[in-house]
Design a protein around this ligand. Sequence first.
Ligand SMILES: C[S@@+](CC[C@H](N)C(=O)[O-])C[C@H]1O[C@@H](n2cnc3c(N)ncnc32)[C@H](O)[C@@H]1O
Length: 297
Amino acid sequence: MDRISKKKSCYIVRHEISTDKVSPPCLPVCEAPVLIDTAVVYTDSAIAKQAETLAFQLKLPLVQPGESHELLLRCTPEGLELLKPDDPHLSGPVRVDFTAGAAAFRRKQQGKELLLRAVGCKIGRPLAVIDATGGLGRDSFLLAASGCTVQLFERQPILAALLADGLERARQCRETGQIAERIQLIVGDAVSALREMEDRGQHAAVIYLDPMFPERRKSALVKKEAQMLQLLASAEATDEAQLLAAALAVGKRVVVKRPVKATCIAGPAPSHAVIGKTVRFDVYLHMTGSLKKANAE
Ligand SMILES: C[S@@+](CC[C@H](N)C(=O)[O-])C[C@H]1O[C@@H](n2cnc3c(N)ncnc32)[C@H](O)[C@@H]1O
């Protein structure tokens, strides 16, 4: 069973060894409202209790399959998945699955990843990284696969539920278990948590930010995962400048993922950038002191 502890503005989802093959993601009762019409369904009566618990935690209705809602959070014996039943462009449900597909491919292609270069990850020198914008956890998993320990923040409750489920399954898989153990999911707002760290005089080695990408014009070409992320996360505005300022106040190294041609986030200029074909990582080094000085002047 999982345990939850409340830590000021955030909730840490703790996992303990479970013998239950399909243990439910265990989340706190949701304080942030889910802003989109969403309901919970289940596909198998063996997991009815799980679905009921999840609906209670997220304060969502538990409904019969076929009932019309904008989004359905579906509990299946294979995992939790999110569907948009009426969208013909969105093929298939979205799940967090670190054991197969793209996540596994990226895990095996570690050396090529610009992200690892941007965070300063070197073989034999594991880092402690705060991923302040969790999403579907793909970047966090890549960081953990390369040896980093990751504190993963996600404030959107449905995404947090998908993440908790994906992490639990990754823990139970022989290939990914140790990697998933290095990731701690924290459900809540990262800006508040970073400000609390600053108040306590704490620092972080690396803070990683991947705020929502600006909407692309050819939206049909955007992958289903990106579409779901946009739909869920854009309901709550992300103040990128606030996020960056909070990160710079405590992070010795702050890395921001941007579309390659996008401007930098408002604030101090990055120290350098690691540039790929479609994305760019802006790297801010040792700005905690200089920001304090600038504020005092
Ligand atoms: C583009 S997605 C990140 C994708 C992620 N890097 C991945 O690999 O899947 C941005 C995510 O950050 C979350 N987010 C934005 N602002 C946040 C904040 N202040 N605290 C916690 N999560 C936040 C959004 O809910 C959204 O899920």
